[in-house]
Design a protein around this ligand. Sequence first.
Ligand code: NOJ
Length: 718
Amino acid sequence: MRGLLTSLLLLPFFAAGPAFGQTADSAVRAEALLGRMTLEEKVGQLVMTGFDEAFSTDILERGGAGSVISFNDPAAIARAQEKARASRLGIPLLIGLDLLHGFRTLFPMPLAEAASFDAELAARNAELAAREAKPAGLNWTFAPVADVARDPRWGRMIETNGEDALLARDFTRARADGFRRGGLAPTLKHFAGYGAVSGGRDYDAVSVSDFELQNIHLPPFRAALGPITTVMTALTVLNGMPSSANTQLLGTTLRGKWGFDGVVVSDWKAIGGLIDQGIAQDEAEAARIALKAGVDIDMMSGIYARYLAAEAAAGRVSIQEIDGAVRRVLALKFALGLFDTPPPDPSEADRAALTPELRAAARASVRDTSVLLRNEDGVLPLRSGNIAVVGPFADNAFDQLGPHEARGMPEDAVTVLEGIREHAAKTGARVHYAEACDVACEDASGFEAAVDASRTSEVTIVVLGEKREHSGEGASRATLGFPGKQDELLEALAATGKPIVLVVIAGRPLDLRRAAETAPAILMAWYPGTEGGHGVADLLFGDHAPSAKLPISWPRSVGQAPLSYDRLATARPYEPAARYTQRFLDEKIEPLFPFGFGLTYTNFRYSTPVVTPGTDGAAANVSVTVTNEGARAGTEIVQLYMRDDVASRVQPVKRLVRYARIALQPGESRTVEFVLRRDDLGFFDEDGHLIVEPGTFRFGAGPDSTVALDAIFTLAPP
Ligand code: NOJ
């Protein structure tokens, strides 16, 4: 082992290089090591193991696994690395964990971060999460999620950036960059199309058109490729072929057209899934199919471990195919510096956790991601007076953390009640708290105490939602209502006549039709994480103004799903009085709140946008002036939408093409200039080629996706 390390250390080491997955140097070093490995050791590098096996068998000492999953305990990670380093070649382990929204300090969930329309915020949080996780021994994360989600029945919507391809692209890339800056290898997942599972049913098949695949689902992956990057296959079937067997997707597109030379890892037991999906007869065939399709690491099915060596010995997979996969795994380990630096000392991990910097970023993120959906009569920000705080999510640290908690712990979290109490203590306001019911809210016996608390207060903050197990993986819902009797609670409180502020803690857009009739103010706080209570209180009391906007169309009812603002043009667009147009007989066609919508404590006025031909190689410039007409400072997310009038493929009726966050003082105006390149006006054809067609384009700039597209521009042939 020592001999190997010394000779490898003599080689120069570059952390980043021109290629996607590998660097020139890491590839050279991987090649040298590969030459010294037995077939069993090679296969070991393609096997991922879990906690139990890692410690109950000799798998790590014999080099039988190259990576481990879901360790969040620094001491256990250190022990696992020691075992691996004691193996014949001492090859260090990849240690991977889902860092969806942080490690110990939990930020708002990815969907919430997308509501900030501030990809830098997501990049910073990913980097902070990586810096917090790395001292614990992690070097790889199964994040970011690059999937695009349009169906709130799908519980994993909260892990995505929502429905829009541009936001998904920007945020996926930003998080991948952030993880890399923090020293972790990111994983772009789940390749591909997982966000479009049929009926929102997790794991169900995905059937999407080539246009949708190329223009909506693939771009976020492509945009986020970079050094030390890995890609995870989806558990699902895409247009008839499982992702882990999909040579078109993994071979032709990812490795071929995009030139990706990094590691592809299967999702959890996805290789075994090939048998259930009826693509492989048995495990040996599943192993062959997955390896040949381009899956390098088998996450937890054990099938590579059981069959690959025998399949190679029998000549049914070639040594070249195995070597290709091992080379990529080793190159990643070299590029991460695992051979060159000792594993972190586990006793350092706590020092890196929950630092003031992490907590401050988490708190600021809650402020920038909570969406104010309603604020009649200026109920918010709160004025002086006593406050009732009510509801099963008000003092509920566990659920506000959200799914995929990594090492996040309820005892570290500040609840909404605690945040409000802290603030109220400064002003002398009294806080009356009543839980009213538990999260299932079947039992209404606590409602009376809640109504009493409301009666003796000037305003009632009601914190309702869905528990964290209702979101994330395996958490599809067929209804979108507040579980149990939460709507009834809201109505009982409203009957007091006292103003109500509803704070929603949830992973998806819940059915707010009843709530919107009873609560003059509604704040969507998603799962706000460790600093949730502080961030929410900062907004409620007006220390900060909300600025976030919805990264999804908020449906009125579940029957509208799937839903997105960027529908393809139809020959029968909705017309209120015309039966045979795009409509429901029993529901409105418009969402309850449109994509891009969100209020703040001031009002912004928009000028008519002006579009002019671009200069310096740009295709067009669109400018719009925004004025803060209210009495408070505020941040507006200015959104530019576009439509291609006539094209060779049917186009969306509208799509987001640019956005900008601007902070304006009362009375202040700012002109935002959006510069569009020719490529921005194009679309991907069935083969993934970008096509830009001359002709007329319409633009509209405004506060949400309902803006009219009145500014017309003609793109001349090149
Ligand atoms: C299955 C999930 O689909 C995937 O997103 C996750 O990374 C793995 N489990 C590991 O936790």
